[in-house]
Design a binder for this molecule. Structure first.
Ligand code: ATP
Ligand code: MG
Length: 160
């Protein structure tokens, strides 16, 4: 595994290009706000890419099409932390499932997720990556209204 200086903005743009056409095909607006485009973290590039990709993929996947919904990605810094947020206006996550979605192979209600593909690994992988960076991931969600995933990573792994 190669560790190098990874530009968050650069990696994000790559993921944006990969996912924006899926969002467009569902008539979902994929928007973003990047406070600091110069953030560089010392990490593995593919790991960082996975974090953006899996969160944005979920946000698009669990948002209904053709309803003018928005998925918003924001990246910024706060005190000594880099904060990545991915917020959607999708189906949301039931309270009774919220503590289990980071487990391997866990998917909420097979009926609702059967039409969208997936193995239930995305969030487990992200959790593992974020932990390896010394960070945390949390989720806020309201059923039928949407979800927000918040990743914190310590700024001490970054430089400018
Ligand atoms: P994979 O990521 O392996 O393709 P997946 O998307 O089902 O499959 P995870 O990304 O680990 O797996 O997510 C686990 C479960 O959490 C999903 O099946 C879904 O039920 C729920 N979930 C994750 N993200 C969201 C979201 N943004 N909105 C609503 N439910 C979500
Ligand atoms: Mg997923």
């Amino acid at each position: 595994i190669v560790y190098e200086g990874v530009s968050l903005y650069n990696v994000f743009l790559e993921v944006y290009e990969m996912t924006n056409y899926i969002a467009k095909s569902k008539n979902i607006n994929l928007t973003y706000e990047f406070d600091d485009k110069s953030i560089v973290v010392f990490a593995n590039r593919d790991y960082i890419k996975q974090v953006f990709l899996n969160l944005i993929d979920n946000a698009i996947k669990y948002t209904p099409e053709n309803q003018g919904k928005t998925v918003k990605v924001s990246v910024g810094t706060k005190q000594d932390k880099i904060i990545i947020k991915v917020k959607d206006e999708g189906i949301g996550i039931p309270k009774e499932d919220i503590n289990r979605i980071f487990e391997r192979f866990y998917r909420v209600d097979k009926a609702r997720s059967k039409e969208v593909g997936g193995t239930g690994l995305g969030l487990a992988i992200i959790k593992h990556i974020v932990k390896s960076l010394g960070g945390t991931i949390e989720v806020k969600s309201e059923l039928r209204h949407g979800s927000e995933f918040i990743v914190n990573i310590p700024e001490k792994i970054s430089f400018k």
